[in-house]
Design a protein around this ligand. Structure first.
Ligand SMILES: [Zn+2]
Length: 452
């Protein structure tokens, strides 16, 4: 396989004397404010300790230790079994332009998987995003689904060779992942028939950058990009619907079998290219100010993250936007029949009628009408609706002669509008109504979308 770019000049530093007078920091990778980057790399032998590559903004140097300021940096220990499970780059190659790297990745992925042409950009975007994920507030999540296990597994194995520090997780749960060596920023590859409650908790734990999990008296940051391979699409609650979704359901078998030797060769060829790209582009990606237009908030954030990884490449960003728009449309359609969404829409319609209160029975009837119009399953009881309304933290008054009711006070109306925005309910999209709350929300929404 011919790859563009040439190996960066590298030299080991001479062994330093009297390093003990400096504090030695064991690092798993650092970026410094001046653009200097340290990354662990392998010297191609599985038994030798990892080394570090130092990027000074224009060239890469490999060594065991580097002095930066008053500190000496050396690579952190990683246990041999974890190390063997991960492809570390063997060196760094000068980075091709984003377009060139993207084209190589696309070519490679289409060689080993059947993924519709239009979705290839999402896979390459995700692959790049795993390298830059420390810049994001939400870790990217790639959901691959399809009934053909062999095709899905092969795609997962391919991503293992390409993503940054990817590791396959058996029996995925928060407990399993919290037992991994800490601070390495692994990309988690999870194969599970469906998103169980346990896997859902894992996804919720690893995606937000700012969330920490208490474990044995310490706070653990679990932040990791994640790939899930499931039999069917992820039908989760709305706040989790921000996966990049790829259907691995082939109408023919994978084009070429990915042998172990081929996988190792791909990792050996592409890890150095991806590392080179990361070193050269990290600063630009960090300062990226890509803004979203015309996507729901959750998909919009994903677009911003993925597009940031291909800075200045307008064509790539346009391709990404169009692929994500398609996904956004589909997920809006699915979402529009979801229970919470129709209940909120129903409540919203009563807010707009100006009635002082609404009975749960009436909310249910309107929700059923909406479901029926959209071709969803019209089965919903007032009991279930009451339960969902309570879960939304809306106050329900004690039962009177007609049943349970929600008082539509100013606070409640605000809450309902906030829920409508958070759930991207169809009634809120693109309609300018005479309602002050709706107008206010539209204003906030467009400000977020244009990044003002
Ligand atoms: Zn309104």
């Amino acid at each position: 396989m011919k790859l563009e770019g040439k190996a960066l000049e590298m030299r080991s530093l001479p062994a330093r004397r009297r390093v003990t007078k400096y504090r030695v920091i064991r690092t798993k990778g650092e970026t410094f404010p001046d653009g200097t980057i340290l990354e662990p790399i392998t010297n191609d032998s599985q038994t030798e300790p990892l080394q570090l590559v130092l990027w000074n903004g224009s060239e890469a140097t490999v060594g065991k230790r580097f002095k930066i300021g008053e500190k000496i940096y050396a690579v952190a220990h990683i246990d041999p079994s974890t190390r063997r499970a991960i492809y570390f780059p063997g060196h760094a190659r000068t980075s091709p332009s984003p377009g060139d790297l993207d084209r190589e990745l696309k070519k490679l992925i289409s060689r080993y998987s059947y993924v519709p042409e239009k979705q290839l950009i999402l896979l390459t975007g995700f692959t790049l995003a795993t390298w830059f994920s420390t810049n994001f507030l939400t870790a990217p999540w790639l959901s691959i689904f399809g009934s053909d296990r062999a095709a899905g597994t092969q795609l997962l194995r391919l991503l293992h060779c390409l993503c940054r520090r990817a590791i396959r997780i058996i029996e995925p749960s928060v407990a399993t992942v919290s037992n991994l060596p800490r601070g390495w920023g692994f990309t988690l590859l999870v194969h599970t028939p469906q998103i169980s409650r346990q896997v859902q908790r894992l996804i919720e734990a690893v995606r937000p950058r700012e969330s920490f999990l208490p474990r044995r008296g310490r706070l653990l940051q679990m932040y990791s990009p994640i790939v899930t391979l499931t039999d069917g699409p992820c039908s989760l609650n709305p706040r989790m619907q921000s996966a990049i979704e790829i259907s691995a359901m082939p109408d023919r078998s994978p084009r070429e079998r990915l042998s172990q030797e081929a996988a190792e060769q791909i990792a050996a060829d592409f890890q150095p290219l991806l590392l080179g790209y990361y070193l050269a582009m990290q600063r630009t990606v960090k300062n990226s100010d890509v803004a979203t237009v015309g996507l729901s908030f959750r998909i919009g954030e994903m677009y911003e993250n993925l597009a940031a990884c291909t800075p200045n490449d307008y064509q790539l960003q346009t391709e990404l936007l169009s692929a994500l728009k398609e996904q956004d449309e589909v997920s809006r359609m699915t979402r529009s029949t979801e229970t919470d969404v129709v209940i909120i829409e129903s409540l919203l319609s009563f807010c707009h009628e100006g009635t002082p209160c609404v009975y749960v029975g009436d909310v249910t009837d309107t929700a059923l009408d909406i479901l029926e119009q959209r071709g969803g399953d019209p089965s919903l009881s007032p009991h279930e609706v009451g339960g969902r309304i309570r879960l939304m933290q809306l106050q329900i008054e004690p039962r009177d002669g007609r049943g349970f009711r929600v008082k539509l006070t100013e606070t409640t109306i605000r809450q309902i509008h906030k829920l409508a925005l958070d759930h991207d309910v169809p009634a809120m999209q693109g309609e300018i109504t005479r309602c002050d709350y709706c107008r206010e929300l539209m204003r906030v929404a467009s400000q977020i979308a244009t990044g003002e």
